[in-house]
Design a protein. Structure first.
Length: 120
């Protein structure tokens, strides 16, 4: 059985993208994660050590968004998943969505995002 913790809408200014202008000017990136893990013991004991501190997850995501630039959203999502897995052995699966609402697209659009799912 896997329970879930979701942290959505973590936003920061990043400099990721294929184009030099994106890497110079920057733009907002928004990340959502869904973490799968067993939360039964946390629920029964009221002890955070059996869960995950979602503030720490949000800070970790923020730090990856503002980290040195990369070209692809896919790379940013992979790095976020790798860091979360490294910090929290109890997490079994991660679903990570990276939104780039101001991507350089030549027609009107609402959002661009990629989603990856990773598990141990």
């Amino acid at each position: 059985m896997s329970d879930k913790i979701k942290v959505t809408g973590v936003e920061a200014l990043g400099y990721h993208g294929l184009y030099d202008s994106e890497r110079e000017i920057g733009q907002p990136f928004i990340v959502d994660v869904e973490l799968s893990l067993d939360l039964e013991k946390a629920g029964k004991t009221d002890d955070l050590s059996y869960s995950v501190d979602y503030n720490d997850i949000a800070v970790l995501i923020h730090n990856e968004i503002v980290a040195p630039p990369m070209k692809l959203l896919e790379t940013l999502a992979e790095r976020i998943c790798e860091k979360i897995f490294a910090s929290y052995p109890s997490i079994e699966k991660i679903k990570c969505t990276v939104h780039k609402p101001r991507a350089p697209i030549s027609v009107p659009f609402g959002d661009v995002s990629i989603t990856i799912k990773r598990e141990r």
